[in-house]
Write a protein that binds this ligand. Structure first.
Ligand SMILES: [Cu+2]
Length: 355
């Protein structure tokens, strides 16, 4: 298939054009160099850091055996660190009102340049300076109050997944709708149902407002709690760094290969609970795979019995779940998207299991 100029038109570009508001974008981006990120990843391989390359090829992992980037992203540049985000839960300011627990949060939308892979900058939109935004956490039945301040130059909202009224659904044209630059609004609802949920901007064009970085995890604990565990948050995301409506960089918690360079340290035999979400745009599926182990999987985390005992789960856009795993042996164990292209472009890391 080709357009009027005779160039090939992909299905992705046709869909992009059909969205109306972005109709002009696909042609403009024909002019944008597409190869920058791939070249950056490829040049690392020429220097012996690619698959099976040099130092990383021994059985005992010792270096950059799989990642195709040179150097690392300095957390000070972004003001957040995937090593911190993975265990960072914001339980809000807790109040009691009429015998009920109330949790108050504040999220501020702002424009922020972030580095998503070494040397790869991205003009993000962020909630409270982070991509993903803070992982908000409440217990089923709590009253949750989120003050949203729009300190950016575009209208935004916060749409929470959960059960609540239309007025607090964070959708343009309903209730307060778009929150304009400089304005604020407080969303309020009861936390339910328990599970692993999401929040994200719902302004239009929707894919743009999400992929720019306005999303975060929203954990609701069951009233009776869950078994004690080492708890991790993994928001699987990606970045369209050349605006061609496909992603060039893939990651968990934003920075490509972050947990490859700095493995997530867990204890042997300890229960590890992973709150997993897929917020990718432009790619229809993502996946999560653990090496040399199997995990219990709870889709959306809304039931207390696992649905699967597996080593790989597939998640569509906006899908999430909870994985529970124990590592019986010490050592370094890879985890990555089993969509192999994503793994090569950043969505790959390690657990380091210690005594
Ligand atoms: Cu937005």
């Amino acid at each position: 298939m080709s357009d009027f100029s005779g160039r090939k038109v992909s299905r992705r570009k046709l869909l992009g054009g059909a969205a109306g508001a972005v109709a002009a974008v696909p042609l403009v981006h024909e002019l944008v160099p597409h190869q920058i990120v791939h070249d950056q990843f490829a040049s690392a391989q020429e220097h012996g850091e690619g698959h099976g390359g040099g130092k990383g090829s021994t059985a005992e992992f010792k270096g950059a055996g799989h990642r195709g980037t040179v150097g690392t992203v300095d957390p000070a540049v972004n003001g957040f660190d995937p090593a911190g985000i993975v265990r960072d839960f914001d339980t809000g300011t807790v109040l009691r009102e009429g015998g009920r627990t109330v949790r108050e949060f504040e999220l501020v939308a702002e424009e922020k340049e972030i580095e998503v892979a070494p040397g790869v900058k991205y003009a993000a939109w962020a909630y409270s300076g982070r991509v993903p935004g803070p992982t908000l956490r409440a217990t089923e039945g709590d009253l949750v109050r989120i003050k949203f301040v729009n300190a950016s130059n575009h209208p935004h909202t916060i749409h929470f997944h959960g059960i609540h009224t239309a007025q607090h659904d964070g959708v343009p044209g309903v209730g307060r709708g778009n929150i304009d630059p400089g304005e604020s609004f407080t969303y309020e609802f009861e936390a339910r149902p328990f599970g692993m949920h999401l929040y994200h901007c719902h302004s239009t064009p929707l894919a743009d407002h999400i992929t720019k970085g306005l999303y975060g995890a929203f954990v609701i604990d069951p009233k009776k709690g869950r078994d004690k565990a080492d708890e991790l948050v993994m928001v699987m995301n990606g970045f369209d760094t050349n605006f061609d409506r496909s992603n060039e960089v893939y990651a968990v918690n934003t920075v490509a290969f972050a947990y490859h360079d700095q493995p997530i340290r867990v204890k042997r035999d300890e229960l590890v609970r992973i709150y997993l979400a897929n917020v990718l745009e432009f790619d229809l599926v993502n996946s999560f795979h653990i090496h040399a182990n199997f995990f219990d999987y709870y889709p959306t985390g809304t039931k207390l019995e696992p649905r699967d005992f597996t080593d790989t789960v597939i998640l569509g856009q906006g899908e999430r779940g909870i994985a529970e795993v124990r590592f019986p042996f010490t050592g370094k164990y890879m985890f990555h998207a089993h969509v192999s292209e994503f793994a090569d472009l950043g969505w790959m890391g390690f657990f380091e299991v210690i005594e």
